[in-house]
Ligand binder design. Structure first.
Ligand code: G6P
Ligand code: ZN
Length: 543
């Protein structure tokens, strides 16, 4: 099989975002577009010769074609072996698991996470390094730089290979292993959690529903909940991955996982509900008539971590992204362990996890995880919650309200203004930046502002600095108002406004967050000059 050198020209828009390169499928289908980016990734890994790469995706439209292209290019670029999930499938947490378990050099994940799929929607590609985590900025910057100067790429003159049967074969000089995408991940979960205790819970009167939203977690959830833990058939719904996710939006929140939410808020609701996203790294946790915010979820799991066998010795520390509520910090302080605040993006947890500084980490964007891999992990979070329920014998609502009584309740809400024209998004940010110098010392929304800044993070392990990570207003009473532009959208700009304050008075912990936070919400809209700059009267999504 001959190696082909194909001449190409750079595309100007291949800068990786918060989580790899995400574009419309039609953009990826342009001649050479995917190939240019894949070659740019490979160029950023000069020591790839003979090494192992893990490859798979969430099964969205264009997944299978991209797998074939990447296999040919990997063979032509000197990789020693590629491990592919059967059918080209792997959840993001499973890729992280397999990279670590097989000592692979890295992995390529094909997904646009929670973005919609199908010919008119989104596709994405991201590179993970040998620790199993998303490539750090110095690598994604190298990939971007390579994409701007690329002149050609290498591929193999070969036909498509069969990715649907387990086994090994050669493609050129490179070995290809097709494996069960579920098995190694499920074994890891069985080592972390007490599957006997969970089996007793799920085989008793306790009822749960897991909604896979027709995305990648279906096969994993069927195997774990129904096969291994013995939950009744039908516990997992929408469990067959579809290339367009059944036309839905595979984002586990109250808006996009509405049918699950409706089910859990109905009269005869089950005890527990959960959903995951396109590639399986996000999670939403619901109790009967009860929604757990991701920020609270991290804090509650941290407070109960010792109920899980793998964390029985206690946690080393906890990290959260800057816009995530400070609920986990309060738990860390009570436990006498360190807590860290990182920019948005799971990649920023990698160094802390590798250095053994933290055990749990989480983000307001429905991400929770631990040091077991280097990605957030939706099913891990579900199993962790089930473990806490099995251990305490309490309902989700009781566990969380008791947590608030003990630690205080961090009222929290995020308002998203999606698909704004890009220049308007930028204008809003500049409008707020212009006000930052005069805000400290003022009293707004009934609270004194202490600090107003543009968040800069210095990594405590490698000393690297990341600037412009979100605009923060910090109030004297600990409340916060935060603004940032999404780094994961593919259309225009999405402005996110995050609102938070701590309520310690147990008599005042049962309010609707939209009501409890209304002054901060109004202030956020005013500072952003939302009405005059966008004419939008309300956010598109509230979480
Ligand atoms: C992805 C990353 C997360 C991050 C999120 C933020 O899901 O994996 O780590 O929190 O994007 O998205 P945003 O749209 O707010 O930039
Ligand atoms: Zn995801």
């Amino acid at each position: 099989m001959a190696v082909l050198q194909i001449a190409t020209q750079p595309f100007a828009d291949q800068r990786p975002g918060t989580s790899g390169l995400r574009k419309k499928v039609k953009v990826f289908q342009q001649p050479h577009y995917l190939e240019n980016f894949v070659q740019s990734i490979f160029s950023a890994i000069p020591d790839r010769a003979g090494q192992t790469l893990v490859l798979g995706g969430d099964g969205r439209f264009y997944n299978r074609e991209a797998i074939q292209t990447i296999l040919r290019m990997a063979a032509a670029n000197g990789w020693g072996k590629v491990i592919v999930g059967r059918g080209g499938l792997f959840s993001t947490p499973a890729v992280s698991t397999v990279i670590r378990a097989r000592h692979a050099h890295g992995g390529i994940i094909l997904s646009a996470s929670h973005n919609a799929g199908g010919p008119d929607h989104d596709f994405g590609i991201k590179y993970n390094t040998a620790n199993g985590g998303p490539a750090p900025e110095k690598i994604t910057d190298t990939i971007w730089a390579a994409s701007k100067t690329i002149q050609g790429y290498q591929t193999l003159d070969s036909a498509d290979v069969d990715i649907d049967q387990d086994g090994e074969f050669l493609l050129g000089d490179m070995r290809v292993e097709i494996c069960d995408p579920v098995a190694e991940y499920v074994e890891l979960m069985a080592r972390i959690f007490d599957f006997d205790a969970l089996r007793r819970l799920l085989q008793g009167p306790f009822r749960m529903r897991f909604d896979a939203l027709h995305a990648i977690t279906g096969p994993y959830a069927h195997e774990i909940f129904e096969e291994r833990l013995g939950a009744p058939a039908g516990t997992v719904v929408n469990g067959v991955p579809l290339t367009d996710f059944g036309g839905g939006h595979p984002d586990p929140n109250l808006v996009y996982a509405k049918s699950l939410a409706d089910h859990l808020f109905a009269e005869d609701a089950p005890d527990f509900g959960a959903a995951s996203d396109g590639d399986g790294d996000r999670n939403m946790i619901l109790g009967r008539q009860f929604f757990v915010t991701p920020s609270d979820s991290l804090a509650v799991l941290a407070a109960h971590a010792t109920a899980i066998p793998a964390y029985r010795q206690g946690l080393k520390g906890i990290a959260r992204s800057m816009p995530t509520s400070q609920a986990a910090d309060v738990v860390a302080e009570a436990l006498g362990i360190a807590h860290y605040e990182t920019p948005t993006g799971w990649k920023f947890f990698g160094n802390l996890l590798d250095a053994g500084k933290i055990t749990f980490c989480g983000e307001e964007s429905f991400g929770t995880g631990s040091d077991h891999i280097r990605e957030k992990d939706g099913l891990w979070a579900v199993l962790a919650w089930l473990s806490v329920i099995a251990d305490t014998g309490q309902s989700v609502a009781d566990i969380v309200t008791q947590h608030w009584r003990h630690f205080g309740r961090h009222y929290y809400t995020r308002h998203d203004y999606e698909e704004l024209p890009a220049e308007i998004g930028e204008q809003i940010i500049q409008t707020i930046i212009a006000q930052l110098p005069v805000l400290p010392g003022q009293t707004l929304a009934g609270r004194g502002i202490i600090t107003a800044d543009d968040f800069t993070y210095t990594d405590p392990i490698d000393g690297s600095t990341s600037t412009h990570q979100g605009l923060r207003l910090l109030f004297a009473d600990g409340a916060r108002l935060i603004f940032r532009l999404s780094g994961t959208g593919t259309e225009g700009a999405t402005l996110r406004i995050y609102h938070e304050y701590l309520e310690k008075d147990t008599q005042r912990q049962q309010q609707d967050p939209q009501r409890a936070l209304r002054d901060l919400i109004r202030l956020g809209r005013d500072l952003a000059r939302m009405e005059s700059l966008t004419s939008r009267k309300a956010p598109t999504v509230i979480t």
